[in-house]
Design a binder for this molecule. Structure first.
Ligand SMILES: NC(=O)c1ccc[n+]([C@@H]2O[C@H](COP(=O)([O-])OP(=O)(O)OC[C@H]3O[C@@H](n4cnc5c(N)ncnc54)[C@H](OP(=O)(O)O)[C@@H]3O)[C@@H](O)[C@H]2O)c1
Length: 306
């Protein structure tokens, strides 16, 4: 039995140790060595319960076998960066820890070309124990050069998703280039999800930026949206969410989020209803793992956060 499979979540011990054990348990469940639905929450410490409550849904796939979570760290006035693209740091250290946890639990982390251009991120897991996921960059027109860090480092692997007619070679640095159909000149989020599903991705973390998360939200391609709001006003700059215009308030997306404190910031954890992948894949996952599909449907109510 692997060390991860042995990980338990006993309530006793100093807070840091308790949390580390609960985290090990989550990692074990995420990467195939355990089932979170068998973890009894009764008797756990409040900190452990909160950790499970925050990440449990991400680990339970929808009936089509996928789980897609997006996160944005935004200012009070709804910006994620200044106009030139500086975003270090909109939210605080606790939110960064949260993002690294989401990366570690995910099979893949996805960002738009704007984020790679502005931040040159590594997209690896460094703040918590856990594996770094596959990195996915949406760059439909292949405007990014090979000098970016995600394309220079071979580990973890990186995919560049572009329009099929822009795939002029197999690789960009160490990354693999994958061309996707773009009938209206755009990569549809559903096409992206289906392509990643075909490559074995079951848990996807959409890490930004604003345009990318907005397109996934508008297309009904998110199971959850984590909006972390920092008590700062930027006043101008890059928008967090930007959706097609509506005329009336009853067309707005009204949510019933769980709200959690993350250091100085507030995390709005919004559960959404994602449009399922095409039936062919849903049937495949139902047959392949009926227990996982059932677990998602029978999911218990979230544990209230302390
Ligand atoms: N605070 C945070 O949480 C956070 C997180 C990440 C990034 N950031 C900041 O946000 C800024 C970048 O965000 P952004 O909104 O400007 O850009 P972005 O979302 O990172 O990238 C947008 C680009 O990605 C491509 N793209 C994304 N989704 C697509 C889709 N469904 N179909 C086709 N193409 C798609 C498009 O490329 P083309 O234009 O080539 O078509 C689009 O312009 C940076 O300043 C970064 O520092 C902040």
């Amino acid at each position: 039995m692997s060390p991860l499979a042995r990980a338990t979540a006993r309530p006793e011990g100093p807070p840091a140790e308790r949390l580390a054990r609960a985290w090990e348990r989550l990692l074990a469940c995420a990467h195939g060595a355990g089932d979170l639905s068998t973890v009894p929450l009764d008797g756990l410490g409040a900190d452990q319960q909160r950790l499970f409550a925050t990440y449990r849904d991400f680990l339970a796939p929808s009936p089509d076998g996928l789980s897609v979570v997006a996160h944005l760290g935004q200012s009070l006035d709804g910006r994620i960066a200044t106009e030139p693209g500086h975003s270090t740091f909109v939210t605080g250290a606790d939110d960064f820890l949260h993002m690294h946890r989401l990366r570690a639990l995910a099979d893949a982390v996805l960002v738009g070309a704007g984020t790679v251009a502005a931040d040159d991120p590594r997209l690896t897991v460094r703040l918590v124990p856990g594996p770094s996921p596959l990195r996915v960059v949406l760059d439909p027109d292949r405007r990014l050069g090979p000098d970016r860090r995600v394309f220079r480092d071979p580990d973890p692997p990186t995919l560049v998703l572009c329009r099929a007619d822009r795939r002029d070679r197999d690789r960009l640095g160490e990354a693999e280039i994958v061309g996707l159909p773009a009938p209206r000149g755009r990569l549809e989020p559903r096409t992206v999800l289906a392509a990643l599903f075909d490559r074995g991705i079951r848990r996807l973390f959409v890490e930004g930026g604003g345009m990318t998360v907005s397109r996934f939200l508008a297309a009904g391609c998110l199971d959850a949206l984590h909006l972390c709001v920092a008590p700062v006003i930027i006043g101008s700059g890059r928008d967090a969410l930007s959706l097609p215009a509506i005329a009336r308030m009853d067309e707005a997306i009204r949510l019933a989020p769980e709200v959690m404190r993350l250091g100085e910031d507030w995390l709005f954890y919004c559960r959404l209803r994602r449009a399922p992948l095409p039936v062919r894949q849903a049937q495949e996952i139902d047959m392949a793992d009926p227990a996982a599909a059932r677990a998602r449907l029978d999911r218990p109510e979230p544990v209230p956060t302390p």
